[in-house]
Every structure is written in structure tokens, then in C-alpha cells.
Design a protein around this ligand. Structure first.
Ligand code: PLP
Length: 438
């Protein structure tokens, strides 16, 4: 249960004096002093519970402090806390086997998180194909390390421009706002055919990989039309390009399946994952490759790995976390609750003038807010904020609802363990906030 912390002002002051916060201008940070959590809630130092409608960073899928994952971590710590990355371990065998089983791919290379997984996926695709260029999309985020940030398309890459060489960007399956004045119908065709044009102009023999998020997360839950992935898969096959799907955010139950691309019936050549792999209990990511790529590295040097790659405690956390998904039928729960979430989001779109679009799959969803439904003028500019978005976020904070907002969007991505009653309570607060800016 939440407890009042005796010295919270000092803790916050020391955090600010001695540490740097990520993605922040330091004197503009207002961190919540977090002290614990349970299920869909986390606790602050004032003894308040917050409903976590963002699952922290859309990662804590089994909820806060799940006892089975905690126990597995404790057991592994007692047994063996560390083994170097070139040693065989029980947990490495068990998790590798499980990931092959649930993805239909061949082998896993373990990393410390999503950014590093994407770094290695791009590197492997370059080594395997002998080609240099990587096609990515504009409204994408692939991580904060140099290569992954360069591969990202959204403004978070701007500070590292020009980034690593060889990144070529294309437009996204953003059906609410297709590029170049196209209709959604035209863009359904164009979203893949323009990638083929780009491949031809760049030279197919120069393209190592296409790297796309399984379903775009932090740029607004962009759900591709049904035809998108089969066509992208065919394009990669036609030109010998490696299809890498970044399932760091969309994978591991977030959409109600192990991988978002499983909704589309395709298998990528490489999948990268992190977040929901351990639900954030320990740092871990993976690059999961198909048989051909795995075979290639049987007799070619795999140049990469860190001191902490395949850390046994992280692997043990992942094994227990994946077991919780299965034992508690969390994917079925996600799909079922996702239907209810979709109905509520559609009702909000019908009721509030400021809700321009809602996009949802499983418990991965967003409301896109506008000043005017007809013109679709956003409620806050791209890469900016507005008084209305500030008001909405402040209201939710005042109700101890933790929500992720960015530009003109607000996400609904609670832990997969959330109950219908908890979800409805969160959504009721969202509605009160929408009414303030409608
Ligand atoms: N890829 C996607 C799609 C993400 O959403 C993120 C993080 O939000 C990353 C990669 C980076 O993962 P990490 O923060 O674990 O390095």
C-alpha cells in the first residue's frame, strides 16, 4: 500500500542536483517521486495511488510488482547473478527456445533494450546482405542510441543529424492524414507502391533492410491497412531486402498477440523487441532472426555484444513474465478488453468535437485531437504543445491518472492486467478532461 515518504522534498532535490533526467531540459522537469506500485497503479511519496494508463513507458505489461516475476528475479539472484555473454546458461536456452516458438523465427541475440536491439538488427542486415542502406519511416521511433536515433524519423532524431549514413526515409501508413493531399483510399495503394519507387531510385542492390515499427507507437498508433504488410513482405522478397519489424512497443501482448505483425499473417526476417519482453522488471531486448540469417552467422563473424548481453537475471525475469502472459490468459483479456476500449473511444469521437480520430488495437490506442473535425487542424502543432493540451494533461494529473500525451495526441495503453472497472475509471477521467477543451 502507498505510504507517505518522510523526506520527499530532499529526495526530489537530490535527484535534480546530482542526476540528469532523460529527454528533458533539466530546469523544466517535475518528476513524481515514485515509491512502489501494485497491478495497474503506482504509488507516490505523498501516499497517493496513480492509475497507470501509460504502463510507464508502455512497457509494464503485467502491471506493477507482479509477484511471480519478482520471485523469479529473486531466485535467479540467489542461484547465479552473472555469467558472461559467451557462457551457456539454463535461462538463455529456455528463453531462446520460447522466443523461437512464439515468433516462428530461428535464433535470438540478447541486448539490454530496444535501441540496442535495433542497432544490432541494422548491423546484422548490413553484414548479411553486404548492402548499406536502411529504409525507415518518418513517423517512427527506434531508440536513442546513435544508430537507432538516426533510423528514427520523428523530431527526436534532429539533435543527432546527420546521424549514421545510409538511412532513407519513406512516408507512413497514416490513414487519417495521408501525404500529398491523397485520400485514404489512394494512400492504401500508395503507402507501399511509393516505397517501391524509392527502392528503384536508390538502387535495389544498395538496400539492406526496411525497418518499420510493427505498429507505430509513440507517433500515434498508426494502424496499417490489411494489405500493407503482405505487400511490404512481397516487396522485400522481390528485391532481397531484409524486413525488420521493431516490436519493442507493439509486441508481447500489447495488441493481443505476441507480435503485431501476426495480425497481418506475415513473418518478418528480423524482429526486435524489449519493453514487454520483461515488462520492464529487468533491462532486456532481443534481435530474433530467421533461419537464413542465423545460418549466415554460423560461419561469418557476428561483430557485436556487450558485457551484460544475456544477463541471467534479465533472462529469468523474461521467462517468468512470458509465463504470466500465458498462465493468466492476458492476451485473450487484452483482445476482449480492447473491444470495450474501442467502443468507448468511438463513443468519445462521436461525442466530442475535439476528437478527430481514434486508433486502437488490443490495449494499444490513441485519441488524436483537433480544433476542427472538418479541417483536421491539430489541437497542438506537430512537435509542439498548446494551452489546450496543457490543460488536459494537468487535469488528468490532478486526478492522479498517469497518461502519455504528445503533440495533439493522448494515448490509452494501460497494463494488460487492468480490469474493466479500472479502465472505465481512467476513461471517465479522460472524458472529463476532453470536456474541458471541447
Ligand atoms: N523502438 C520502439 C518502437 C520504441 O517505442 C522504443 C522506446 O520507446 C525503442 C525502440 C527504444 O527502446 P529502449 O528505450 O528500450 O532502448
Amino acid at each position: 500500500m502507498p505510504e507517505v515518504h518522510p523526506n520527499t522534498d530532499q529526495v526530489i532535490a537530490d535527484n535534480r542536483e546530482y542526476t540528469l533526467f532523460s529527454w528533458s531540459v533539466q530546469n523544466q522537469t517535475h518528476p513524481i517521486h515514485m515509491t512502489g506500485g501494485k497491478g495497474s497503479y503506482f504509488f507516490d511519496a505523498d501516499g497517493k495511488s496513480w492509475l497507470d494508463m501509460a504502463s510507464q513507458l508502455i512497457n509494464i505489461n503485467v502491471g506493477h510488482q507482479h509477484p511471480k516475476v519478482l520471485q523469479a528475479i529473486k531466485d535467479q539472484v540467489d542461484k547465479m547473478c552473472f555469467a558472461g555473454p559467451s557462457f551457456a546458461t539454463d535461462v538463455r536456452a529456455e528463453l531462446g527456445k520460447k522466443l523461437s516458438e512464439v515468433t516462428g523465427l530461428a535464433k535470438s541475440f540478447f541486448t539490454l533494450g530496444g535501441s540496442e536491439a535495433n542497432e544490432n538488427a541494422m548491423k546484422m542486415a548490413r553484414l548479411y546482405t553486404g548492402r548499406d542502406k536502411i529504409i525507415t519511416r518518418y513517423r517512427s521511433y527506434h531508440g536513442a542510441t546513435m544508430g537507432s536515433m538516426s533510423a528514427s524519423g520523428d523530431p527526436r532524431r534532429w539533435p543527432v543529424e546527420p546521424g549514421i549514413p545510409g538511412i532513407v526515409r519513406v512516408f507512413d501508413p497514416y490513414m487519417y492524414r495521408p501525404p500529398m493531399g491523397m485520400t485514404a483510399e489512394q494512400w492504401e495503394e500508395g503507402s507501399v507502391s511509393h516505397i517501391e519507387e524509392v527502392i528503384q531510385m536508390e538502387g535495389p542492390h544498395t538496400i539492406a533492410a526496411i525497418l518499420v515499427e510493427g505498429i507505430t507507437g509513440s507517433n500515434g498508433i498508426l494502424i496499417p491497412p490489411d494489405s500493407y504488410y503482405p505487400r511490404l513482405r512481397a516487396l522485400c522478397d522481390k528485391y532481397g531486402i531484409v524486413l525488420i519489424t521493431d516490436e519493442v512497443m507493439s509486441g508481447f501482448g500489447r495488441t493481443g498477440k505476441w507480435l503485431a505483425t501476426q495480425h497481418y499473417g506475415i513473418t518478418p526476417d528480423i524482429v526486435t523487441c524489449a519493453k514487454g519482453l520483461t515488462s520492464g522488471y529487468m533491462p532486456l531486448g532481443a534481435v530474433i532472426v530467421n533461419q537464413e540469417i542465423a545460418d549466415y552467422f554460423e560461419n561469418h563473424f557476428l561483430s557485436g555484444g556487450l558485457t551484460y548481453s544475456g544477463h541471467p537475471v534479465s533472462l529469468a525475469a523474461a521467462i517468468a513474465n512470458l509465463k504470466v502472459y500465458e498462465d493468466e490468459n492476458l492476451f485473450e483479456h487484452t483482445l476482449e478488453l480492447g473491444k470495450h476500449l474501442g467502443e468507448r473511444l468511438e463513443a468519445m469521437k462521436a461525442k466530442y468535437a475535439c476528437v478527430g480520430d481514434v486508433r486502437y488495437i488490443g490495449l494499444f490506442s490513441v485519441l488524436e485531437l483537433v480544433k476542427d473535425k472538418a479541417t483536421k487542424e491539430p489541437l497542438a502543432p506537430f512537435n509542439g504543445t498548446s494551452p489546450e493540451m496543457g490543460k488536459l494533461a494537468a487535469y488528468l494529473k490532478s486526478k492522479h491518472i498517469y497518461a502519455y500525451t504528445r503533440f495533439n495526441m493522448i494515448w490509452v495503453c494501460p497494463p494488460l492486467v487492468i480490469t474493466k472497472e479500472e479502465l472505465d475509471a481512467g476513461l471517465d477521467a479522460y472524458e472529463e478532461a476532453l470536456a474541458l477543451v471541447d
